[in-house]
Design a protein around this ligand. Structure first.
Ligand SMILES: [Zn+2]
Length: 182
């Protein structure tokens, strides 16, 4: 795939017509720099990295629907929601899209196939890859507690205040129970 990408990336089309590509049974493979994807970049810790993809276009005569299948691989840096530091995320997502004109056509898609509502229209290849990457991002990501910088800070606060807030609460609850008994 790497060799193929190097060969094809400079020639990547700006827009694609999925139906025409599907009729011809074409394959498009290539790569983009993450820093060229502004919508995605706004959701990341920084915009380093590359995305590599391979898409195969096939036409289902019975359903009269073009399909795009393949894979998208990228390594991006997202933000830990606990310490706000960067953390690596490997994306290795299969792609399985059915090109439909409307919601009614979406119902005819096989299981596991996501509808892409563009019909006959052409669409931005980079925009489509970017959409797939955005969908692959976790809603809330956090480091493991043992490597997160916030853990150190939390431990420091706990050490200064002595007991953890839960231990303090526990003591308080016991005290009030004792009082009630008395
Ligand atoms: Zn963290």
């Amino acid at each position: 795939m790497d060799t193929l990408c190097r060969l094809m990336s400079p020639d990547l089309p700006l827009t694609i017509e999925p139906k025409r590509l599907a009729r011809n049974g074409e394959v498009i493979a290539g790569q983009y720099a993450i820093h060229d994807m502004q919508r995605l970049g706004g959701l990341l810790h920084d915009q380093t990295g590359q995305v590599i993809f391979r898409l195969e276009f096939t036409f289902d005569e019975r359903r009269n629907i073009p399909f795009i299948s393949g894979e998208i691989k990228a390594q991006v840096k997202i933000q830990c929601q606990r310490c706000l530091g960067g953390m690596e995320l490997k994306i290795n997502n299969p792609v399985y899209l059915g090109i439909v004109a409307d919601c009614a056509e979406s119902i005819t898609l096989p299981d596991g196939c996501e509808p892409l509502q563009t019909g006959e229209a052409s669409l931005s290849l980079q925009g489509m890859i970017e959409d797939e990457l955005i969908l692959a991002l976790p809603i809330s990501a956090m480091h493991n507690a043992n490597v997160c910088k916030a853990t150190e800070l939390i431990n420091e606060i706990n050490n200064k205040t002595g007991d953890s807030p839960f231990a303090a609460l526990d003591k308080l609850t016991r005290k009030s129970c004792t009082n009630r008994r008395n």
